[in-house]
Design a protein around this ligand. Structure first.
Ligand SMILES: NC(=O)c1ccc[n+]([C@@H]2O[C@H](COP(=O)([O-])OP(=O)(O)OC[C@H]3O[C@@H](n4cnc5c(N)ncnc54)[C@H](O)[C@@H]3O)[C@@H](O)[C@H]2O)c1
Length: 267
């Protein structure tokens, strides 16, 4: 995509021109499902995979967003609904034959500590963040060729670091890191070449973060960023670049690993 600024494609504000100058067909013939593809990191990942030649199905509980690339297909579903996951897999295989790449990008952020978090809220966050990821792996891995496939799960810097006021979210993301390792080892021990990794961002400039700080007058984004070694937000497209690397042939040796992308927050 020489000559095209990546931020024109993704609206990120970060100049990433020419970084895939010779890679526009890198994912040609590959089929990718990206959950949470209507917003933020999922949207940027779906668009980048499509830009690099993959057939991409973005899924989300919300409707198809304007920013999704023309070549990206879209399906509505709730990641907590196992039948809906099976339907996404069945429709994809009926249309495209198989699935090579799964990006479990759905997640919800929830503020609260041990005292203030209700059991209902705890269960909602675990159901979406952990069970949604488990459901995706369980429904889609059987549709991948044993000779090669990639799963990338969205964890978070909160998956390895406490906050004191994000109890359900941090617990859910820690679980995603370990779920990822289990899936990776299981796929390897069954003799498949299906890899599974997780990505752990810091503060990414998405609706999730905007909504969080809008509802939290006690803290501000600049205060949060000041606690990071590199005090800036991360663009969704920057996280998409890491997800795409892990999904591609250049990471064929990488499985069972978690990758911080957090401006040094976990260093
Ligand atoms: N933004 C950050 O700073 C940040 C940091 C670390 C990790 N993450 C993780 O990255 C992932 C993407 O976050 P984002 O910032 O792009 O969020 P986002 O809010 O922009 O997008 C999340 C998407 O998930 C969808 N969704 C929510 N519940 C769903 C459900 N039950 N079924 C299907 N879709 C559902 C939403 O409609 C939305 O489109 C999440 O797992 C999040 O926890 C984000």
């Amino acid at each position: 995509m020489a000559g095209i600024r990546r931020d024109e494609v993704h609206g990120t504000g970060h100049d990433m021109s020419g970084s895939h100058a010779d890679a526009s067909n890198m994912f040609s013939g590959k089929v990718a499902i990206v959950s949470g593809g209507a917003s933020g990191i999922g949207l940027a990942t779906a668009n980048l995979l499509a830009e690099l030649g993959a057939r991409v199905i973005a899924t989300d509980i919300a409707g198809r967003p304007d920013g999704l690339g023309r070549t990206v297909d879209f399906m509505s579903h709730d990641v907590t609904d196992r039948d809906a996951w099976r339907a996404v897999g069945a429709r994809t295989v009926a249309a495209l034959g198989h699935v090579d790449i799964l990006v479990n990008c759905v997640g919800v952020l929830s503020e609260g500590n041990l005292k203030t978090t209700s059991l209902a809220e705890w269960r909602r966050v675990i159901a979406i963040n952990v069970e949604g990821t488990f459901n995706g792996c369980q429904a889609i891995i059987p549709l991948m060729p044993p000779s090669g496939g990639s799963i990338v799960n969205m964890a978070s810097v909160s998956g390895s670091r406490g906050d004191a006021n994000l109890i359900a979210y941090t617990a859910s993301k820690g679980a995603v890191v370990m779920l990822t390792r289990e899936v990776a080892l299981d796929c390897a021990r069954r003799g498949t070449n299906i890899r599974c990794n997780s990505v752990s961002p810091g503060v990414v400039d998405t609706a999730m973060i905007a909504d969080f700080f809008a509802a939290r007058p006690s803290a501000t984004l600049p205060e949060w960023l000041a606690s990071q070694p590199v005090a800036r937000t991360i663009a969704p497209a920057e996280v998409a670049e890491l997800i795409v690397f892990l999904s591609g042939p250049e990471a064929s040796f990488v499985t069972g690993a978690d990758f911080p992308i957090d401006c040094g927050a976990s260093a």
